[in-house]
Design a protein around this ligand. Structure first.
Ligand code: PLP
Length: 384
């Protein structure tokens, strides 16, 4: 594209109040951050269990740096697969009950790889209307066709799946939707998939660590077994406080991905030191039930206080509690007003969410104290 067209696109975005900026922040303890020398209560992060700065996790990362060095120095199939990667994949298999796991540098890459590699050109992919950008991009950039079903709508999914030949579709959904915080009925989705012989691919980025027994995820919380999922993608950048991601599945699925997933083969493997830190985060996550209990308590308190304050919070039982505003300009204004009170709540605008659906996406954490949440609700009530 010519420079003039790039400039025009930037001007158009700015005119629509949709220009995005990076802000340099410094994470602080207890669900807080510092920006421009000022402290804020952080309600926009994904560190749902407060593991990003957990001392045991930091200690393990430091040890990892000393033992393995800064980077993996190669792709996993050359010299990039180290003991730390092996230990992390074994821990994930043990925790989640899948045959094998493959590590990726990000959830975006893992989702892209999962869709592009596992779907045949003559399979029709069926995606939820609110699927994450990585899933949509994966579907759009492969050669086969795809269709979108209405968000968490089983009737819509069924009506589409029934029009397709048995064994010629694949269903993709999420355990917890990132911008709405809600979940599909996974047992019912799995049943439909079985009837249509459609493999089910699940993105559980926001469910891992937070939902289910010992944090195994939303699929486990809803009673699914690993064998009911063709592949599970989840990342380390949310409740586990790190970065990177994995795909879990049967021996056949993972063996296939190892041979054919280009994002795995042609990319430098995750930093082994980071993997060592993530391993420690998994141990904390499994053992520290109090983190999930406290998060649940914070969610319940927030919902009760928000309902008493008559705030139009969307229906969600998870750490993601969106307050739908609709209008983009108003959402940005509210975010700025909250900022002046010491609350960090980044406005979520199109194209991340559909037009007319701008919102404040409140992300709760076990690091928040009840008084933080009360202050947030009181501020929202006064400003909304
Ligand atoms: C549902 C969902 N899937 C995938 C991703 C991508 O993960 P990552 O940030 O590790 O690339 C995200 C994060 O934004 C997400 O919310």
């Amino acid at each position: 594209m010519q420079l003039a067209r790039l400039r025009q696109a930037l001007t158009d975005r700015a005119d629509q109040q949709l220009l995005r900026h990076t802000v340099c922040i410094e994470p602080l303890a207890e669900g807080r951050l510092r920006a421009d020398g000022k402290e804020y209560l952080n309600f926009s992060g994904n560190d749902y269990l407060g593991l990003a700065a957990e001392p045991d996790v930091l200690k393990a990362s430091e040890e990892g740096l000393r033992r393995f060095g800064l980077g993996s120095t190669g792709s996993p199939l050359v010299t990039g697969y180290h003991y730390a990667h092996q230990a992390l994949t074994e821990a994930l298999c043990d925790w989640l009950g899948f045959d094998q796991v493959l590590l990726f540098s990000s959830g975006f890459a893992a989702n892209h790889a999962m869709i592009q590699t596992l779907a045949d050109a003559d399979d029709t992919l069926l995606l939820d209307k609110l699927s994450h950008a990585s899933l949509i991009d994966g579907a759009q950039q492969r050669s086969g066709s795809f269709k979108r079903f209405l968000h968490n709508d089983l009737v819509s999914l069924q009506s589409i799946i029934e029009q397709l030949p048995v064994g010629k579709s694949m269903v993709v959904t999420e355990g917890v939707f990132s911008m709405d915080g809600d979940s599909p009925d996974l047992v019912a989705v799995s049943r439909l998939c079985q009837q249509a012989q459609a493999p089910l691919l699940l993105d559980d980025a926001h469910g891992l660590g937070v939902c289910g027994e010992r944090g195994r995820g939303s699929w486990q919380q809803q009673g699914l077994e690993p064998k009911q999922l063709h592949a599970l993608m989840a990342n380390f950048g949310k409740a586990l406080g790190g970065s990177g991601a994995f795909i879990a599945g049967s021996n056949t699925v993972i063996d296939y991905l190892r041979q054919f997933a280009r994002h795995y083969i042609y990319s430098t493997a995750l930093s082994p030191a980071l993997c060592w830190g993530v391993l420690a985060a998994i141990r904390c996550c499994q053992a520290d039930h109090w983190r999930r209990d406290k998060l649940q308590h914070n969610i319940a308190s927030f919902r009760q206080w928000a309902s008493e304050a008559e705030l139009p919070v969307m229906t969600s039982a998870t750490a993601i509690q969106p307050l739908l505003i609709g209008d983009t300009v108003k959402t940005v204004q509210l975010s700025q007003q909250l900022k002046s009170r010491g609350i960090w709540l980044t406005p979520i605008r199109p194209p991340t969410v559909p037009h007319g659906k701008a919102r404040l996406r409140i992300a709760l954490s076990s690091s928040h104290q009840p008084e933080d949440i009360l202050f947030l609700v009181q501020s929202l009530k006064e400003l909304y």
